[in-house]
Design a protein around this ligand. Structure first.
Ligand code: ZN
Length: 143
């Protein structure tokens, strides 16, 4: 799995949008690291990793490893890992963050089969969130 393939995948599409919806009111969401308010449909509204995909794919699709992040924090500031870690601890607890740290060291080969499993799982969760919020900010979605 390359980073490009990962970010182009439908599994990531559904996962990242599920995460954004989860923390949103259906229209706006706040950046986890600078608290700025973003429109869900803004290009700069992203789903940022704490443990980067370049460090491990094992934590790439763990919901406790990610959060809504603005382009500036995610790209320009490389995800502000110290700030992000504190934010994730405040939400998920220290134990869960320690689980991620251990998981990071286990190599995971994201093969085609696994990516299909993930796509189906996150597609379902994404749809549950859309229903809960009663909106669909993106309209278009992959198959
Ligand atoms: Zn930010």
């Amino acid at each position: 799995m390359t980073k490009k393939k990962f970010y182009d995948s439908q599994a990531w599409w559904y996962f990242s949008r599920w995460i954004l919806l989860k923390y949103s009111d259906g229209t706006f969401v706040r950046c986890f690291t600078c608290n700025r308010q973003m429109l869900l449909t803004d290009k700069g509204c992203q789903c940022g990793h704490w443990i980067k995909t370049s460090d491990s794919f094992a934590t790439a699709l763990e919901s406790s490893n990610v959060g809504p992040m603005c382009y500036f924090c995610n790209r320009e500031c490389h995800g502000l890992p110290e700030v992000m870690e504190q934010k994730l601890i405040s939400i998920h607890g220290e134990e869960e963050i320690n689980r991620l740290k251990a998981l990071k060291r286990k190599p995971l080969h994201l093969d085609k089969w696994l990516m299909i499993q993930y796509r189906e799982k996150f597609k379902t969760l994404y749809k549950v969130e859309l229903e809960r919020l009663g909106v669909n900010p993106w309209k278009k979605q992959p198959a």
